[in-house]
Ligand binder design. Structure first.
Ligand code: ATP
Length: 269
């Protein structure tokens, strides 16, 4: 049902085609998550246990969240999003209860994807937890219990994301838990060009805009940065035809808007 697909957090309609520069990662993830979600019988027949948990790791803004959302959208799985810091900020006992509630909801709506962003916040290595880390200790234990309790049928997959894979409790990375890991790196030149193409798809770019040139000079930019770059260029073009931007009484020059072009000259020189 529609309700089933849209429940959970902001579930924008992002699809695989909206993700650039990560085709290798996407194939692996599709094989690990999408196949078992769609054809659980095949995996049962093969005697292969699909993963319950997949850990995506890489720098901020590289697309970990969009990957998780895209898998949910493409498979029409129910999607729920929680963040480590959000869980840990609860009062005594509430963190575990919230986790249990998330897993129960996912079970009720299966097939489901549970996305845990910044999992390092709830799962720092247990040996590093002093007395004041009681909350984290309990939350890790609860998460482990919930993951162990999931039936290995591929109908509920927990995707976790982190920038700090090495600061996660190793117990979470054992078999039957987050036992698959997929690095989500900073994009290379070709990846940046793909991402720029995606984020300028609907924009009236000037004819001489050369996205491959922009990709070349944006070394170190991640997907989130490239998205901002495209939006900034669009806003600059708009400012060009509406210099005053009087919000009380905007004079929108519709004729110029029709012929407006985005030149991106700050980035292609
Ligand atoms: P964080 O660790 O900060 O949560 P993240 O890796 O989850 O970061 P996202 O939230 O997925 O990053 O990315 C932020 C935004 O940047 C996305 O909404 C998307 O529009 C854009 N973006 C990031 N990576 C890509 C990509 N590979 N292709 C297309 N767009 C991307």
């Amino acid at each position: 049902t529609v309700e089933k697909r849209t429940a959970g957090d902001r579930n924008e309609g992002v699809k695989y085609k909206d993700i650039g520069g990560l085709s290798g990662q996407l194939s692996r993830i599709r094989e690990m998550i999408e196949l078992p979600l769609r054809f659980p019988q095949a995996f049962l027949r093969l005697g292969v246990e699909p993963p319950k948990g997949v850990l995506l790791y890489g720098p901020p803004g590289t697309g970990k969240t969009v990957i998780a959302k895209a898998v949910a959208n493409e498979t029409e799985a129910w999607f729920t999003h929680i963040s480590g810091p959000e869980i840990i900020g609860k009062y005594y006992g509430e963190s575990e209860q919230r986790l249990r509630q998330v897993f129960e909801e996912a079970q009720a709506h299966a097939p489901s994807i549970i996305f845990i962003d910044e999992i390092d916040a709830i799962a720092p290595k247990r040996e590093e937890m002093g007395g004041e880390k009681q909350v984290e200790r309990r939350v890790v234990a609860q998460l482990l219990a919930l993951m162990d309790g999931l039936q290995a049928r591929g109908q509920i997959v927990v995707i976790a994301a982190t920038n700090l894979p090495n600061s996660i409790d190793p117990a979470l990375r054992r078999p039957g838990r987050f036992d698959r890991e997929v690095p989500v790196p900073i994009p290379d030149r070709k990846g940046r060009e793909e991402i720029l193409q995606i984020h300028t798809r609907g924009m009236p770019l000037a004819r001489d805009v050369d996205l491959s040139r922009i990709a070349e000079v944006t070394h170190g930019f991640v997907g989130a940065d490239l998205e901002v770059l495209a939006k900034e260029a669009a806003m600059a073009a708009l400012r060009g035809i509406m210099p005053s931007m009087d919000f009380e009484d905007p004079q929108v020059p519709y004729d110029r808007l029709r012929t407006m072009e985005i030149d991106m000259k700050n980035f292609s020189s």
